[in-house]
Design a protein around this ligand. Structure first.
Ligand code: HEC
Ligand code: HEC
Ligand code: HEC
Ligand code: HEC
Length: 504
């Protein structure tokens, strides 16, 4: 009897203890839930500075800050020496690195040789639109100056204004904390494609669309407008070519209908298109996209810290977080799944190399045909093939991990690109023969240096001018931004020393 009482007592003490623990954890969760749903008190003035959110959301902030750890810099022109040939006459032939952590997005834009070396707010070649997917200061200025004013003028115009890298205010409302998109170009594109706007979309789709503010194909649409003082201006407005659908062919048709080209190729004189990074569009064609998995499921996995669950804001390669990113849905071992991903990469890379080789040779053989007297009329069909082939190749690879996000579509596009480039080269064989050239061999482009020489890139001159810019105007920008209260100097930790392709 006594014994039983003791047992019962011990048992109930244990039960009470467990219940107290549970209640504690329920309380903690409830507190956390309230904190997460509470309206944060982040002022309009401070919301674009990521540090302003730290007090209220320490976990999201500190994981966001870890995007700094994704600092590896890969010079893609070195890894794939065909690229300077394919982009001859265009900024990407000068400098092009694989993407890295959001912490660096803005600094990498300032550092790249593509944005040049302005000496004041009016010089330089690139338009203001180049800042658009780099900073929460972009919507701040669009809201302050008007969208068309923001899209008017040279990149350097906003050097002292756009000073905080991609952060909280790009994806969250400072009033409600809810997901939001602040740049108007995304909703315009969704409407043009007949799709629901961000606000009309499901919660799961919003977890894609915040990324689609930036990870999409776009071009700068020339838009004439008149400001309040009656001055006539031309804006270059970021526009997503989605009217004919979110596909490579749909966008190609869109550009062809407008007779649009991004640049004229320096070697082959082809009117070219540059694909940007149709990451969202391609993802939607893959199995995860079609089954309703969202970017955030893999790239921002839920993380448990004690009783608190939150979204990991260290946007990075999900293969580094497979336990949280993949295993909630998959039963295979991590090793096996990783092996499958690597296999997909290798399959893509084989076709990728073939397509680039054929395209690069097609450009160089066209130049030879021009040299020996082939006319624009003779070369018209060749150039049409090159334009279309390079568009499809670029579409497949410009959003790098499409081999994983959408393997079948990536391989299809590369196969079509390769075939179309071959068609151009077959035509070139006969054009060259008609002008007395047989067995022409394109010059060697197997290193970045050789390829940039063929593409006429004056690298050392560009680097010198950039270093001058970084020692002068860039420093002025930061001083001005701190003075105006738009930048906390602490947020620039490690950025002055951030690696570049030209200063390693
Ligand atoms: C405001 C624009 C913007 C938004 C919004 C945005 N990104 Fe990015 N993202 C970029 C840019 C620009 C880079 C390249 C930065 C660099 O190389 O310096 C990048 C890089 C990345 C990388 C590469 C990181 C690495 O370490 O290699 C990943 C992964 C990524 N983004 C995923 C996402 C996901 C997922 C979302 C949505 C939850 C998203 N991004 C939202 C602009 C954006
Ligand atoms: C590229 C877009 C993006 C950026 C930048 C971003 N977030 Fe988020 N955030 C998300 C997404 C997506 C979710 C998941 C929301 C959901 O499913 O409801 C989220 C969720 C949250 C939540 C809800 C709780 C949770 O963890 O799921 C908070 C709070 C939050 N973010 C705070 C921040 C703060 C603070 C920053 C800046 C340091 C930030 N976010 C930057 C996209 C972003
Ligand atoms: C099913 C999981 C999954 C989903 C969903 C997903 N990704 Fe990824 N993503 C990956 C993996 C895995 C990689 C890395 C592949 C590799 O390079 O090995 C990656 C890589 C990336 C990169 C990095 C590129 C680089 O080279 O550093 C970007 C950017 C990116 N994803 C953006 C997105 C966007 C935007 C979405 C939504 C439209 C998305 N991802 C949806 C799994 C996913
Ligand atoms: C939210 C659930 C979910 C998450 C998270 C997820 N997957 Fe999947 N994955 C799926 C579904 C659903 C399919 C489709 C196959 C099926 O229905 O069984 C799939 C298919 C695949 C396939 C085969 C399809 C193909 O493209 O060949 C691979 C490989 C794969 N996933 C890898 C990954 C990796 C790697 C991660 C983490 C980075 C991941 N998945 C994260 C749900 C998920």
């Amino acid at each position: 009897m006594k014994m039983n009482y003791k047992l019962l007592f011990a048992g109930s003490t244990l039960a009470i203890g467990v219940m107290a623990l549970l209640a504690g954890s329920v309380n903690e969760r409830e507190t956390e839930r309230i904190a997460l749903n509470a309206t944060p008190i982040i002022s309009e003035k401070d919301k674009n500075k990521n540090e302003s959110w730290e007090r209220y959301y320490p976990r999201q902030y500190s994981s966001w800050k870890k995007t700094k750890e994704g600092s590896e810099l890969r010079d893609m022109l070195k890894e794939k020496s065909q690229l300077p040939i394919l982009w001859a006459g265009y900024g990407f032939a000068k400098d092009y690195n694989a993407p890295r952590g959001h912490y660096y997005a803005l600094q990498d834009n300032v550092n790249t040789l593509r944005t040049g070396a302005p000496v004041d707010g009016k010089s330089g070649t690139m338009p203001t639109a180049c800042w658009t997917c780099k900073s929460p200061d972009v919507p701040r200025i669009q809201e302050r100056d008007g969208e068309l004013e923001y899209f008017t003028g040279k990149w350097a115009k906003y050097g002292s204004e756009i000073v905080n890298s991609i952060g909280c205010a790009n994806c969250h409302s400072n009033k409600t904390g809810q997901l939001t998109v602040r740049v108007p170009h995304l909703n315009r594109a969704l409407v043009s494609a007949g799709l629901p706007t961000f606000e009309e979309s499901t919660h799961q789709e919003k977890r894609n669309l915040v990324c689609a503010q930036c990870h999409t194909e776009y071009y700068f649409q020339k838009t004439p407008w008149t400001d309040k003082e009656g001055n006539k201006k031309i804006a270059k407005v970021v526009t997503l070519p989605w009217e004919n659908g979110l596909t490579a062919e749909g966008a190609e048709k869109y550009y062809d209908e407008r007779n649009f080209s991004d640049w004229t190729h320096k070697i082959s004189k082809t009117p070219m298109l540059k694909t940007q990074h149709p990451g969202y569009e391609l993802f939607k064609t893959g199995i995860h996209g079609q089954k309703g998995v969202s970017c955030a499921d893999c790239h921002m996995p839920y993380t448990q810290e004690g009783a608190v669950k939150y979204s990991d804001h260290q946007l990075q390669n999900p293969l580094d977080t497979m336990d949280r990113s993949c295993m909630p849905c998959h039963r295979e071992s991590e090793t096996k799944l990783r092996g499958i991903v690597l296999q997909k990469y290798k399959r893509k890379d084989q076709l990728h190399e073939l397509a680039m080789d054929n395209l690069a040779k097609a450009h160089l053989e066209t130049a030879k045909a021009m040299e020996v007297g082939a006319s624009d009329v003779e070369l018209k069909a060749v150039r049409a093939d090159i334009r279309s082939a390079q568009w499809k190749w670029d579409y497949a690879v410009a959003s790098h991990p499409a081999f994983f996000h959408a393997p079948e579509e990536t391989l299809r596009l590369l196969a079509v690109a390769n075939e179309t480039a071959m068609q151009a080269r077959i035509k070139l064989v006969s054009i060259l023969a008609q002008h007395g050239v047989i067995n022409y061999m394109a010059p060697d482009f197997s290193t970045k240096e050789q390829a940039q020489a063929l593409a006429g890139v004056p690298l050392s001159k560009l680097v010198e001018a950039k270093k001058q810019f970084k020692a002068t105007l860039e420093k002025e920008w930061h001083k001005q931004a701190i003075k105006n209260g738009n930048l906390n100097i602490s947020s620039r930790k490690g950025l002055d020393e951030a690696k570049t392709s030209y200063s390693k």
